[in-house]
Structures are given as structure tokens and as C-alpha cells.
Design a protein around this ligand. Structure first.
Ligand code: HEM
Length: 500
């Protein structure tokens, strides 16, 4: 009896101690720094309203009205500053670019990047700078030929022929998934795989499972002690899938090294091997860049490219199905510039201005990377008139930038002409359009994503007239959740335009 009273007292003392320490820490922070304001947050849990929100961008729109465009929220143990307008985002990413260039430490991410050996989540260090430089050079090298056009054409031929067999309403999601995966697989590992190739099918399955199961993340990241004592089944399953994915990439990488011929660069992996060989001669630092770094570059390309491209196209197709007038204008332009006898190519892009503007508008209204990737401050710094201490997580709200009524007239209207000048050519990029972010951590894949998405979109539009089944509400409803909005599932009907 006595001992249980004592232990209850001890727990009480312990809890009071924690609360006192927490309060002192908070006061010290408030006194030392002028921190961005924000709603009340519980210790460990954070802001309850943020936790239960279906979409983070919706709750951020509410807080912007209360606290202004720079505020602080807390999600579990992660306290983060959110930037919600183009001025504060530009101040952080461009004016003070080095201050905001780190990534926060998240244990599960550290495991899946084999100890921060990737580009997307690694910290801003000299090794990271070299790694990113090598990857950009390899990508440029790869894009210099017409390999991208070849692989897109080959993959689209296979996937669109399957899609053409649908003779009633269907959800295009799986076809888009197949196109994007097949293309990125070919970019990394050579020619476009047959859709029933067992290696390709297995690779696609583990990639899908990895994304689907991760969902909203791991409870272990909220309570890291769990990694040591009892990890969840979800975490163990994802780890197993990840190990298989890494083993597959490792095997493909080794096969490339064994058959490498610098006079015959077949794909991005070859470009990467070549770029490393070239850099070895004059870069002392190269010794720090291991095979794990190169393997993780391929994970970066897959993980960075697949979901972003897939959801962008899903949005674009959904908008076209609900907006027949805009679809007709895109098709009229493709008929005029490309015709029906050949497929659209990379060089047509600069003449297909309305088509490109339509894609830009789909990327604005359906911002797939709504909050980009989390940044972290390298040192004590400032933004929007507030202090931001070293090691603070900072999120850029790209969704808010793309829906800011101060920058976009009729903000919810789908209007490709926003991007065109009086001659119908692509004009200067609108100030608050920033889907690929900016600064030191700007999307590494922007140079490949833009032509890739354009080619896929233009090829679909050239081939099919897309409509929605009768009685479908043409207005787009959002599905997905949390940080990643996407269109709610929908059905389309396709009619082969070449058959009419
Ligand atoms: C619609 C297409 C895409 C969009 C909208 C998009 C958007 C973004 C955004 C917002 C970021 C975060 C930037 C930041 O931290 O400030 C990012 C990072 C990144 N993206 Fe993309 N992305 C797309 C396609 C791709 C593709 C196709 C690839 C690969 C080929 C790719 C690879 C990466 C990588 C590696 C990073 C991390 C860069 C770093 O930390 O230095 N992305 N992307």
C-alpha cells in the first residue's frame, strides 16, 4: 500500500518536473527569440486540430487568417514554422538560401536512406553538395540525347494500346501509374520494359506497396524509443519491402558496372557511372561518395519522380475530362503543330504553348507537392520579421502560394491563359507559381519532369477524346489526405481520336 502511494507520488513529481521544465524552456525560447505565433500545442501531441485535419493546407489557410502568413504549428514532437506566401518563401529559399538548406532528422527516413546517403533528405554538407552536383551532371548528360523521347514513346505505345481497349467508364489511375513507372524505370535502367516482364512487375509491386503502406508515416517517429524496444508490424513490413527494393537496385547497378561502355551510354545509371569516373580524376572529395550514395541517387529518382508525376497527370486528366472546351483547344493546337501522323516530340514543346500552359494550370490547382519536403535551419536566422532558431523545421506551403487570391485572379478558375502573353506564347512565370520550389534544395528532377510530363500529356491528348460518364459532377473533389492531396477517384470514357 505504502509503496504504491510512494510510486504514485514519484510519478506525480516526475510529471510535475517535466511540465515545469517544459514551461521554463518555452519561456526561455520566447524571451530569447521573437518566434512566429501559432495555436496552443500540447506536449508530445502538438496541435490537436492539426492532427485531426484531413488536409494540412486547409488548416493552414485558417491559421494564416489568424496569425498571418508565417506561423508555428506542432505535430507530435515536431515543431515547425510554416511559410504561406511567396514573400516569406522567397526570403527563406532565395535571400537566405544557405540558412534554410538542411533537412530535419527523422529516424525512419534515416533508415530508408541508409544513413542519409541520399540527396532528398540528407543534410546540407560538402558531401551532399558534391552528390547533388554529380546527379545534376548525370541527368544533364542523359537528357542531352533523345533517349527521353524514345523511352516515353515506347512506354506510351504499350500503355495507351491497353487503355484504348477500355470500352466503358474506367478509372485511369492504374494506367497512369503504369506509364510513369515504366518510363522512370526505362530512364534509370535502359529500354522500356515489357509490361509483363516479371522483374518489372515485381519492382513496380514493391514500389507501390512501399508507398501504400507508409501512408501517414510511423508511430515510432513520434515516440523514437519504440525503435529500440518494440517497433510496429507496419514498420517491420515496410523495412522488409525496402530491403528487397534496395537489393533489386543494387543488382541492376552492378549489372551496369559490369557492362559499362563509355561510348554507349544507355540510361541514367550509365550516365551516373560515367560522371563519377570523370569526377574521380579531379575531385579529392570523391572518396567520400560511395556506391551507397550512387544507389541512393536511383532511389531519389524513383521516389522523387513517381508519385509527383503520377498525381500531376491524374489531376490533368481529371481537369480535361471536366473541361471539354479547354481540352478541345489543347487538341486543336496539337493537331496544328504535330498533326496525327507522328507522336509529339521534345522539340514540339516550345510550339505547344497552350498545352504547356494547361499543364502549368493543372500543377497550380492540383499542387501535388503541397508542402514540398521539410527544410531545417542551419543556424539562427529570420523570416517574415520573426526569429527562427537553429535546427527548426520549416515547411513551404506551395498550396497556399498557388491559391493566394492576391496573386491569382479568380483563384479557383482553371485558366491556362494566365501563363500566356498577348501573342499566345508562354510569358514570364507568374510570381506565385512555384511547384518545384527554389534555392539550394530546388527539385532535382525539374529538368526531366517538365519534358516528361509534357510528352505524356500531349500524347494522351493527341490520341484520346476524354469525357466523363453521364451524371458525373464535373467539379473536381479532392481525395488523398494530409500532405498529399490528389483528385478523389473518378471515371472517364476514352474515344480514339484517330478512329474518328
Ligand atoms: C510534377 C513533378 C514534380 C514536382 C511538382 C516536384 C516537386 C518537388 C518539390 C516541391 C521538392 C522539394 C524542394 C524543397 O525542398 O524545397 C522536390 C525535391 C526533389 N525532387 Fe521533385 N518534383 C517533381 C518531379 C521530380 C522528378 C521527376 C524527380 C526525379 C527525376 C524529382 C526528384 C527530386 C529530388 C531528388 C528532390 C530533392 C532535392 C534536394 O533535396 O536537393 N522530382 N521536388
Amino acid at each position: 500500500m505504502m509503496s504504491s502511494v510512494l510510486s504514485a507520488l514519484n510519478i506525480q513529481t516526475f510529471l510535475i518536473g517535466i511540465i515545469v521544465l517544459f514551461t521554463v524552456y518555452k519561456f526561455r525560447q520566447r524571451w530569447k527569440y521573437k518566434l512566429p505565433p501559432g495555436p496552443f500545442a500540447w506536449p508530445l501531441i502538438g496541435n490537436y486540430e492539426v492532427m485531426k485535419a484531413k488536409f494540412l493546407h486547409e488548416i493552414c489557410a485558417k491559421y494564416t487568417k489568424i496569425y498571418g502568413s508565417v506561423f508555428t504549428i506542432k505535430l507530435g514532437p515536431f515543431q515547425m514554422v510554416v511559410l504561406n506566401d511567396i514573400n516569406s518563401v522567397t526570403e527563406a529559399l532565395v535571400k537566405r538560401k544557405a540558412d534554410f538548406a538542411n533537412r530535419p532528422f527523422i529516424k525512419s527516413v534515416d533508415v530508408f536512406t541508409e544513413g542519409g546517403m541520399d540527396i532528398a533528405f540528407a543534410n546540407y554538407t560538402p558531401t551532399w553538395k558534391l552528390h547533388r552536383k554529380i546527379a545534376i551532371k548525370a541527368l544533364r548528360q542523359y537528357l542531352a540525347g533523345n533517349r527521353l523521347e524514345e523511352v516515353v514513346r515506347s512506354s506510351m505505345n504499350k500503355c495507351l494500346s491497353l487503355m484504348a481497349k477500355e470500352n466503358g467508364p474506367f478509372d485511369p489511375e492504374n494506367y497512369i501509374d503504369l506509364m510513369v513507372f515504366n518510363i522512370l524505370h526505362a530512364v534509370c535502367f535502359g529500354k522500356s520494359a515489357e509490361l509483363d516482364d516479371p522483374d518489372f512487375v515485381r519492382f513496380m509491386k514493391i514500389d507501390r506497396d512501399f508507398t501504400d503502406i507508409i501512408g501517414k508515416g510511423f508511430v515510432e517517429d513520434m515516440f523514437p524509443i519504440m525503435y529500440k524496444i518494440c517497433s510496429t508490424k507496419k514498420y517491420r513490413t515496410v523495412k522488409e519491402i525496402f530491403d528487397e527494393m534496395i537489393a533489386m537496385i543494387e543488382r541492376k547497378f552492378r549489372e551496369h558496372e559490369d557492362t559499362f561502355d563509355c561510348d554507349n551510354i544507355r540510361d541514367f545509371t550509365d550516365s551516373l557511372i560515367l560522371t563519377r569516373k570523370e569526377a574521380e580524376q579531379d575531385e579529392e572529395m570523391m572518396s567520400q561518395l560511395t556506391d551507397t550514395h550512387l544507389r541512393q541517387t536511383l532511389v531519389d529518382i524513383f521516389r522523387g519522380g513517381i508519385d509527383t508525376s503520377r498525381v500531376t497527370l491524374y489531376f490533368a486528366i481529371r481537369y480535361m475530362a471536366g473541361l471539354p472546351d479547354i481540352q478541345s483547344k489543347v487538341q486543336e493546337e496539337i493537331n496544328r503543330v504535330v498533326g496525327k501522323d507522328r507522336l509529339p516530340g521534345v522539340n514540339d514543346r516550345e510550339s505547344l504553348c497552350y498545352t504547356e500552359a494547361t499543364l502549368h494550370e493543372a500543377m497550380r490547382l492540383g499542387t501535388v507537392s503541397a508542402f514540398g519536403l521539410p527544410h531545417c535551419t542551419v543556424c539562427d536566422t529570420h523570416v517574415g520579421g520573426y526569429d527562427v532558431p537553429k535546427d527548426t523545421m520549416v515547411m513551404m506551403n506551395h498550396w497556399a502560394l498557388h491559391h493566394d487570391p492576391n496573386y491569382w485572379k479568380d483563384v479557383d478558375k482553371f485558366d491556362p491563359t494566365r501563363y500566356l502573353d498577348e501573342n499566345g506564347k508562354l510569358g514570364i512565370k507568374p510570381e506565385s507559381w512555384l511547384p518545384f520550389s527554389a534555392g539550394r534544395r530546388v527539385c532535382l528532377g525539374e529538368s526531366i519532369a517538365k519534358p516528361e510530363l509534357h510528352l505524356i500529356f500531349a500524347t494522351i491528348m493527341q490520341r484520346f477524346e476524354i469525357t466523363m460518364p453521364d451524371e458525373t459532377n464535373p467539379e473536381l473533389k479532392l481525395g488523398g489526405s494530409g500532405l498529399i492531396p490528389q483528385p478523389a477517384p473518378f471515371e472517364i470514357i476514352v474515344k480514339d481520336r484517330n478512329m474518328t
